[in-house]
Structure formats: C-alpha cells, structure tokens
Design a protein around this ligand. Structure first.
Ligand SMILES: C[S@@+](CC[C@H](N)C(=O)[O-])C[C@H]1O[C@@H](n2cnc3c(N)ncnc32)[C@H](O)[C@@H]1O
Length: 425
C-alpha cells in the first residue's frame, strides 16, 4: 500500500490530478495511506516521517468547489492537509521567496483573510528546535519583503498563524533535511480555503501541522494527560470551573488532574484507585466499580446533566461502541439528559479497526451527538472520538457548523465524521 517512491512518481492517468500532502503522527503513515486509498485518493506514498502524499482529482478554480473537495477528505489519521501542493525547486532563499510571492500575489487576490504556516520536517516529529529554522526565518522574511512591496494590501489580510477564522490557509513544507522525497532544498506550497468542520477547527487545521502544543506537567500521575488536553483542542471546547465530569477508566488519574486543574468536579471510576493526592481531593469522588455498569445518577443533584463524559478505558472497540450508543438511551449518566461533551478513546490490538470507529460515530449520532474521530499527536494505537450534543442541548463552542458536515464523496470523510440529527428531529 505505502511505497517509498519519490514525490515525482505521478501515477499513470493522473496527469490532471492534484498532489496533496497529509500530515500525521509519525509512525501512522501506513494507516493514513490505507485510509486515503479507501477514500479514493490514488498512489499514496511516504513523503517523509509524518507526511503522506496522494493524488486527487483536478484542483478546481472555483472557491466553492475547492471547499467541497477539501471537506471531502478528512481522514481520521490526518492531523493536517496541504491540498494541491506546488513544488518550488531548490535554490537560494531569495529566489524561492520571489517564486512564492509571485504565486501568492495571484492566489490571494481578493482573499478576505489568510494565515501562513511554514513547516519543517522536524516539526512533524515534534522537534521543538528543528533543523532548518534559520533558513525558514530567512525565507519568511524575504516573502514578507517581496509581498509588502508588490501586494501590500493583500499582504495586510494576513492573520495570526493559528487564527481559526482565516478564510484561506497558506502552507509551506520545506525540505531542509534533503533526505525526504521532496528533494533537498525544495519546498511545497499549498493555498487552500479553510473548510468548516462539524467539530473543531476548519480544515486545513488552524494549528500549524495540526499539532496542538501541550505543556509538559511533570506532576501529572500519567503522561496520558496530554491526550485529553489535545482532545479538548480538537473539540474546540475546554472544560470550565464548576462543571461536572464523569471520568471512566480514570486510574492513576492523568485525565482527572486535567479536569481538576480546570476547576471541574470529577466522578472517577476505575477498578484501581487513583494516586493518593487525588483520592484525598475533595473535588474528586472515586468509585471502585466496573465503568460499563457504574450508575452516576445517584451521585448527581436531581435533574443534573453531566457536562463531560471522558473515557480512557482499555476495552475491546465493540464495548466502546456500545457505550457511545448507550449515552442517549440510559439514565445512568444523570437524569438531565446525555452528557454535553464526550471524549472517548477507542484502543486497538493490532491493526486499527476503522469499521469499529465508524460504528462508534454512528452510535454517537444515534445518541444525539455530532462526533468526529481523530488520531491525535499523543495517541498511540488508539483513536479519540470527540463529540458534542447536537441541537439545542449543545453549548456554542465556535467549533464549526454541522451544516457543512456532508462529505461529497470520500469514504474517509464518511468514516471521520457522522452528524447527528438535531434533538427532537
Ligand atoms: C489507560 S488506563 C487509564 C489512564 C487514565 N486515563 C490516566 O490518565 O491516568 C486504563 C484504565 O482502564 C481501567 N479499566 C479497564 N477496564 C475497566 C472497567 N471495566 N471498569 C473500570 N475500569 C476499567 C484500568 O483499570 C485502567 O486503569
């Protein structure tokens, strides 16, 4: 499925196709390539660690058609997408900057707002000081100087790098290592509209490389705290003081700590206890119980609705599907209705079970949720399903509108997101 051929190996019959680059957690390239192939992309190839290139249909001129095409391919295993990349050959930084500025002057003509991400191969491996940072800075300064000279008004439309509201995302991927299939000293340029997603940031992601930086916390009882912090970023909603969460499979307490730091009261359920400090915490009620049977309702004020249900239980995917299906039907999660926000891990033994992921999304939709599955930077052999209650029950979170969830073609998009019927529909 995934060959280590060069980026120039255009498959037969794809001359009119556009070349796209999808970024993922390093190590997930094979899963991403398989998913892309399922979604109709041709000839996915390993480009560099954390990046897969694939060919898709011709890149349309019409912005609306571009939006539809971008929305159509949102694979679970992709952190970021660079649609319809164009290659800038190797050469001095100033020459590359001129070529990029010429392309941007055309592509950004009339654009309301845009953001610019310049990525290095080291960024995709999570290297905080990636090689080539100096060259990147010089390139960006040269682009800035040129664009300020030739298209000052257009260039003023530039937003902050991570602004989710930018209408267009400009992305550069520089091959400074010279060991990647892009070709030493070359770079790839993508200019694409940001397409709304039902959950989280529009797509391409507002996060450079699709990566949400999570601060280290040496005092957390488990490094898994990063997964929950990243999941909130993907959901586009963070817990607030005074909210109530049910944490299933909570021990030793990495996720509980994240919730407590946000001021959330936590009902924590596991067969094993939490760390002593959390067991003493008056904001945590611990229950030694089977998470698949635990009844939260007697421990909540009458009529209360849980704000959060989070689950990191190690269990077969089928049990997680059943849990998601139960949320809308069972009264063991509080009498006030299903939890407003959900973060649930689905863990695999061996190959990822994308069919189970789809079943999980369908079950969440049947429970009244708008849900998406993502393989996060901090996920290993697991994916994270993030969901918010649909219709009137959901809190406005600025996380995109469900109206654009329909995926015109693309099995991957269908696998990644399932839209709920509005409540009462
Ligand atoms: C990956 S660990 C959870 C880590 C935790 N989220 C943290 O950040 O510290 C998975 C947990 O699921 C618990 N678990 C597995 N099956 C369970 C079940 N049926 N009921 C309750 N807990 C269960 C295990 O005891 C284990 O503590």
């Amino acid at each position: 499925m995934l060959s280590a051929s060069t980026a120039d190996a255009t498959p037969q019959g794809t001359a009119a196709c556009s070349r796209w680059i999808f970024l993922c957690r390093h190590g997930a390239e094979t899963h991403l390539a398989a998913e892309l192939q399922l979604g109709g992309a041709s000839a996915p190839v390993w480009l560099l660690s954390g990046a897969v290139q694939a060919h898709l249909g011709p890149w349309p001129d019409e912005p609306q058609a571009q939006l539809a095409l971008v929305a159509a391919l949102d694979p679970v295993y992709a952190l970021q997408v660079l649609p319809a990349v164009r290659r800038i050959g190797p050469g001095p930084v100033e020459r590359q900057a001129l070529a990029i500025a010429d392309m941007l002057a055309q592509a950004l003509d009339g654009v309301r707002s845009f953001s610019l991400h310049a990525l290095l191969p080291g960024d995709l491996r999570g290297n905080p000081r990636p090689p080539g940072a100096g060259r990147r800075d010089r390139l960006l300064a040269a682009i800035d100087a040129r664009m300020s000279a030739i298209r000052r008004r257009t260039w003023r439309q530039r937003c902050a790098d991570d602004d989710p509201c930018a209408a267009v995302r400009v992305q550069l991927l520089l091959d400074v290592d010279g060991d990647a299939a892009i070709g030493g000293g070359s770079l790839e340029l993508s200019v694409a509209p940001a397409s709304p997603r039902p959950i989280g940031s529009p797509w391409p992601s507002a996060l450079p490389g699709g990566r949400l930086p999570v601060d280290d916390d040496p005092t957390a009882p488990a490094s898994s705290f990063r997964k929950l912090a990243e999941a909130f970023g993907q959901l586009g909603v963070w817990p607030s003081r005074g909210e109530v969460a049910l944490d299933l499979g909570a021990s030793p307490g990495g996720w509980t700590v994240v919730l407590r730091r946000a001021g959330v009261r936590v009902l924590a359920v596991d067969r094993a206890p939490l760390t002593p400090a959390l067991m003493r915490d008056r904001g945590v009620q611990f229950f030694e119980a089977d998470a698949f049977r635990y009844d939260a309702t007697p421990h909540l004020a009458p009529g209360t609705r849980l704000d959060w249900l989070v689950s990191d239980i190690v269990a077969y995917p089928a049990r997680i599907v059943a849990l998601l299906g139960e949320l809308g039907a069972s009264d063991r999660f509080g009498a006030g209705g299903p939890p407003r926000f959900v973060v649930v891990q689905m863990k695999f033994r061996g190959a990822p079970d994308l069919a189970a992921v789809t079943e999980g999304l369908v079950a969440a939709a049947a429970s009244g949720y708008i849900a998406a599955a993502r393989h996060l930077c901090h996920d290993k052999n697991e994916v994270t399903i993030v969901a918010r209650i649909g219709g009137a029950g959901g809190r406005s979170d600025g996380g995109g509108s469900s109206a654009d969830a329909a995926s015109p073609g693309g099995a991957s998009a269908a696998a990644a997101v399932v839209d709920a019927e509005p409540e009462g529909a």
